[in-house]
Design a protein around this ligand. Structure first.
Ligand code: SF4
Length: 427
């Protein structure tokens, strides 16, 4: 979503006569779009700003900050970073051109908060990327208030784009040659919740019928909002890829309750079972937090058990990181860092084995691959993705880039698959 926000801001600046620079040394304007979901991202941001301050001193560029840290810090950001020219929260990025213009006249701009109309949600980025993949934000914000998460505070409450607006943009993408579309939202499957407009499954069904779109995905889903209607889409919509990212965060009911996740481990497993029943080859990935306050060894064991039971294709796992303003930041029972690190290492070690097992199960199968470009490993090879999101490297000709091909998988590795071309390009 942050990448997409950068594309939007780039498009607004281009509309106002600016051109993209190749690097920071080249640029007259530098905008740093931020994330504060974890402490590490925040630390990286402040160290980058130290470096940019030195560049600014040397050559006098306009320097602005946007995104979640802007929203979180509000006016305080100017105390910590007195050398920046503007700061815009995520719901105010549509004001980027105005902020740059003010900076040329030595006026500092700051804009935070959300009046519920979010013009920033409606900006359509120019199609500057060459290729076949397109992203589109269909909703923003979150009403869930998981106790560890800063998103509802920095991205505001849920707000969905009208379905006609979304469908028009997807049709335009298809006309530009984009075939692989990903719908974005902090809580994407609660799209239009409580509205009389199209439901999320209804929107998927309409996109499925748009000529030219061959692959449809969405991130990120909340398990409690996975409806039976959505599960059935995996059996009926031909473009809907056989993959889902479904964060579980913990396998312990006690910790899930403390996280305010709104489901139990067995409810999560029921959803997974229903998804697998509908679509036996579905690839399931997830997010998980280790070392949440109060996590005992038995809670962690429950997390390990859930991981084993599902057999995920991949998991993004992290040690709990306390975030300002969140309920969990004041919870007692902090897990000592060395204990949390040991648990994370055990967790990630086992998940690596499970991912390898899943990739090995692909050996001998014929899969559809959307070719994305040259392989990083070898100039003679191409690289693409299966519908389940797995990377496949294989020997092929450059003319196959951006085409759908069929590949026989000959070897499964920890992070990718090796294949052999089995058929000429399909489109
Ligand atoms: S559902 Fe996701 S975005 Fe919303 S509060 Fe929970 S973790 Fe944060």
């Amino acid at each position: 979503m942050n990448d997409y926000d950068m594309e939007k801001m780039g498009s607004v600046l281009i509309d106002h006569g600016h051109l993209p620079g190749m690097d920071v040394e080249d640029a007259d304007i530098v905008v740093v779009n931020t994330c504060c979901i974890r402490e590490k991202a925040e630390q990286k941001f402040y160290s980058l700003m130290g470096r940019l301050q030195r560049v600014r001193k040397k050559k006098g560029l306009i320097l602005g900050v946007t995104g979640c840290i802007s929203e979180q810090e509000k006016e305080n950001i100017f105390e910590r970073l007195p050398f920046i020219d503007f700061s815009l929260g995520p719901s105010n990025i549509h004001r980027i051109a105005e902020a740059v213009e003010n900076a040329t006249g030595d006026t500092r701009t700051s804009a935070f908060g959300d009046d519920g109309r979010s013009p920033s949600l409606m900006i359509r980025p120019h199609n500057t990327r060459k290729g076949i993949k397109g992203y589109i934000t269909i909703m923003k914000g979150c009403n869930n208030f998981c106790s560890y998460c800063v998103v509802p505070y920095v991205r505001g409450r849920e707000e969905s784009r009208g379905s006609e607006d979304v469908l028009t943009e997807v049709r335009e993408m298809a006309e530009l040659g984009i075939t692989d579309v990903t719908l974005l939202g902090q809580n994407v499957n609660s799209y239009n919740n409580g509205s009389s407009d199209l439901s999320f499954p209804g929107l998927l069904a309409k996109i499925d019928r748009i000529p030219g779109i061959s692959r449809l995905r969405f991130v990120t889903s909340h398990p409690k909002d996975i409806s039976q209607e959505l599960i059935e889409c995996y059996g009926t919509l031909k473009t809907l890829c056989e993959s889902i990212h479904l964060p579980f965060q913990s396998g312990s009911d006690r910790i899930l309750a403390s996280m305010n996740r709104g489901y139990t481990a067995s409810e999560y497993l029921q959803k997974v079972e229903a998804l697998k029943k509908q679509c036996s080859c579905i690839a399931i990935t997830a997010d998980c937090i280790v070392g949440f306050p109060g996590e005992e060894e038995s809670d962690f064991d429950a997390t390990m058990k859930l991981m084993e039971t599902v057999g995920f294709d991949g998991i993004f796992s992290f040690i709990y990181s306390p975030r300002k303003s969140t309920a969990a930041a004041t919870l007692p029972g902090r897990v000592p860092p060395d204990v949390a690190r040991a648990r994370l290492s055990r967790f990630q070690g086992r998940q690596r084995e499970l991912t390898l097992e899943s990739n090995k199960r692909m050996e001998g199968k014929r899969v559809e691959v959307l070719v994305e470009g040259q392989s990083k490993n070898s100039p003679d090879e191409l690289s693409g993705r299966t519908r389940t999101g797995k990377i496949v490297n294989f020997k092929g000709e450059r003319g196959m880039v951006y085409k759908l091909v069929e590949v026989d998988i000959i070897k499964g590795y920890a992070n990718s698959l090796r294949g052999e071309l089995s058929k000429a390009p399909g489109r």
